[in-house]
Design a protein around this ligand. Structure first.
Ligand code: IPE
Length: 273
């Protein structure tokens, strides 16, 4: 099985003031996924299907941050307001998921939408309960589940709700479903020692084996409500520790997603032990 993440910065205009899809990327990547699936159908190294995980970009982060989902609160009035924010965020990320599923289905991919807020529960912002039986059943039947960063209920009384990133979902799914490969499509070439969007002399780190490799990394690099690049790598290092390798690639580059799905090496960062 392969788990593929499409980052919010790829499929949406992440810095847009209102939720905006990146139509061009979405259409191109949907085609790439379709042709990779055609190719993989004829090879033997691909078992038990593909799960697509996507981020929220401008459909999630602005709302989650405005309503401080996952931040402690005290008074009942705050909770009422937060519930509206939760509902609003849930609604926008669901809309994004619908658009993504539509684009993939247009290519003839039998996608099925999986909504985390309907079955995932966290404690202190980490998933503690999520029954994956339904996902496994869909995979067995040849469907391609499409799951995404969402808001969920949290057992911790002081926060009551949390944001679950696509990266945390990957961590949980991979630990339980043991995929052969995990691929993360982002808007940068991989992990850099500095933010490549601000520093032209930034160097790519092609292999990360521990958080120490990132010591020199500017900690403000790419921070959003779910932790940006550092948050992503922490999730992936946990997987490397149990023998699941992952790769971060630039999904903005034409054919990279397709090649990576087909098992070809493309420029990027591998996270392994
Ligand atoms: C965030 O998911 C989910 C919400 C803000 C509700 P991600 O953290 O996976 O999204 P991107 O990829 O960074 O946009």
């Amino acid at each position: 099985m392969i788990i593929l993440k499409l980052g919010g910065s790829i499929i949406t205009e992440k810095d847009a003031k209102i939720p905006t899809i990146n139509d061009k990327n979405l259409a191109r990547i949907s085609k790439e996924i379709k042709s990779a699936l055609n190719h993989l159908d004829h090879t033997n190294d691909y078992n038990n299907g593909l799960i697509i995980v996507h981020g929220a970009g401008s459909f999630g982060h602005p709302f989650a941050s405005e309503y401080q989902i996952g931040k402690p609160f005290k008074i009942e009035e705050d909770f009422e307001k937060k519930k509206i924010g939760f509902s609003l965020t849930q609604s926008w990320v669901k809309k994004l998921n619908t658009v993504i599923c539509d684009a993939l289905r247009e290519e003839g991919i039998p996608v099925v939408s999986i909504q985390p807020s309907s079955f995932v529960i966290t404690k202190n912002k980490r998933i503690i309960s999520a029954n994956l039986d339904i996902i496994e059943k869909y995979l067995e039947n040849g469907f391609i589940p499409v799951i995404y960063g969402d808001v969920v209920l949290d057992r911790e009384e002081t926060i009551k709700m949390a944001v679950v990133s696509g990266d945390q979902l990957i961590n949980y799914l991979a630990k339980h479903l043991k995929p052969e490969r995990v691929i993360l499509g982002t808007d940068v070439d991989g992990v850099f020692n500095k933010n490549p969007k601000k520093h032209p002399d930034a160097k790519i780190i092609t292999e990360v084996t521990s958080l120490d490799d990132l010591e020199s990394m500017d900690s403000t690099t790419n921070i959003d409500v779910t932790g940006g690049m550092i948050g992503k790598i922490k999730e992936l290092i946990e997987l490397a520790e149990i023998g699941i390798e992952s790769e971060i690639i630039n999904a903005e580059k034409e054919s990279f997603v397709e090649k990576a799905l087909c098992g070809e090496i493309v420029l990027g960062t591998t996270i392994k032990m």
